[in-house]
Ligand binder design. Structure first.
Ligand code: ADP
Ligand code: TRP
Length: 350
């Protein structure tokens, strides 16, 4: 069975975009592959979170993933920082990773730019010059620079072939492949398989925001969270941007209206969608009614997940058990790889 690895940054509660864009395919993958899904808490150190946040955010995300149906019997679910083998591999990979190639990655440049408060218009040369500026000498961390080597270690420690991630991770994946290949050529072995990004299904779903245009996202401030209660969902949906309604039958839908329909297509039944679509095409649509229905359907989807989140989060013992058992399974797989790596490099196995 092929191995799948994916890491999730613990950056807050899951929203409908995360569910339909990522979690839903994880649920399918755990049935078909040898899956490792982990919470990338070491990666979150690049933004210097408070210890309380680190503790809580790993718990939050674990309870939400379990509530969605990620199943510790089917997939290995663990917290990255529970698997110290990963850091040892990270060290070896860093020895063969170039500062130059790491500095050229787009995500490093973007984040460094933010940390140095350089505007988006600033040239690439500006970022490099500022990093080496005396006043900034510890503003941009070596951890941020080596984010891609840590990610590569996460993936190849389990010899994964498939990595379900979004488009924004393409460059990190390119680096992971490069570091895996480099290890193989450096030591003249065919040891690490070369991983590729992947998603199930013909095309990935994009869940829209209901505030006019664009996608749903945490940083967009337009997210409907799985944990939101009925009232909150209704309030968010009723605020969705609409217009006066069409005046010509069968007119094209402007972006905000299309978003409302796209959301309905995702969470409602086909009959409901068809009903409102017909109303739109006849110029009889009443957006208030459509939004009410959408709020009901979103709540019907979220309510059982919400209840499970609350149950699971309250069951500290169960959460601990899942994390402990996940860590044990992940460490077993990681230690097996690492023992061979140590011998290939010239160190004693454990
Ligand atoms: P956010 O944009 O809210 O910060 P992340 O970047 O942490 O979310 O994304 C985590 C996962 O959820 C990724 O796989 C990403 O592709 C997916 N995802 C996030 N928002 C959406 C969306 N609106 N539609 C589809 N997938 C999404
Ligand atoms: N970099 C990924 C993100 O920002 C998270 C991540 C860390 C990851 N390690 C990984 C994803 C390994 C897949 C495999 O979303």
């Amino acid at each position: 069975m092929e191995t799948v690895v994916s890491g999730i940054r613990p950056t807050g509660n899951l929203h409908l975009g995360n569910y339909f864009g990522a979690v839903k395919s994880f649920l399918q993958m755990q049935e078909e592959y040898n899956c490792f899904f982990f919470i990338a808490d070491w990666h979150s150190l690049t933004t210097h979170p408070h210890p309380d946040n680190i503790r809580n955010s790993a718990k939050t995300i674990l309870s939400e993933y379990l509530a969605c149906g990620l199943d510790p019997e089917k997939a290995t679910i663990y917290v990255q920082s529970d698997v110290p083998e990963v850091v040892e591999l990270y060290l070896y990979l860093n020895m063969n990773a170039g500062i130059g190639e790491l500095m050229r990655t787009a995500s490093f440049k973007d984040k460094a730019r933010q940390q140095l408060h350089i505007s988006r218009e600033g040239s690439e040369g500006d970022v490099e010059r500022e990093i080496f500026n005396e006043g900034n000498k510890h503003s941009v961390s070596a951890g941020l620079l080596t984010y891609p080597t840590l990610m590569a270690a996460d993936i190849i420690i389990h010899k994964a072939l498939k990595v379900p991630v979004g488009k924004d991770q393409e460059q990190n994946m390119e680096m992971a492949r490069r570091f895996a290949r480099r290890f193989n050529t450096t030591y003249g072995v065919e040891f690490f398989p070369i991983p590729a990004s992947f998603h199930l299904g013909e095309r990935s779903v994009k869940v829209p925001g209901l505030d006019g245009s664009g996608k749903m996202g945490k940083s967009e401030g337009n997210a409907i969270y799985l944990i939101d209660d009925e009232k909150t969902i209704k309030k968010k949906v009723m605020k969705a941007v609409t217009d006066q309604g069409p005046t010509e039958p069968n007119s094209e839908k402007p972006a905000p209206i299309q978003n409302l329909f796209t959301m309905m297509e995702i969470v409602s039944t086909k009959d409901t969608y068809d009903y409102f679509n017909e109303k739109y095409n006849n110029c009889e649509i009443r957006y208030g009614d459509m939004k009410k229905q959408l709020a009901v359907d979103i709540n019907a989807f979220c309510a059982p997940i919400r209840e499970r989140i609350l149950d699971i989060a309250a069951n500290t013992e169960y959460m601990e058990k899942v994390a402990r058992e996940g860590a044990a399974k992940a460490r077993e797989s990681a230690a097996k790889t690492l023992n061979e790596v140590r011998q290939i490099i010239g160190f004693r196995p454990y």
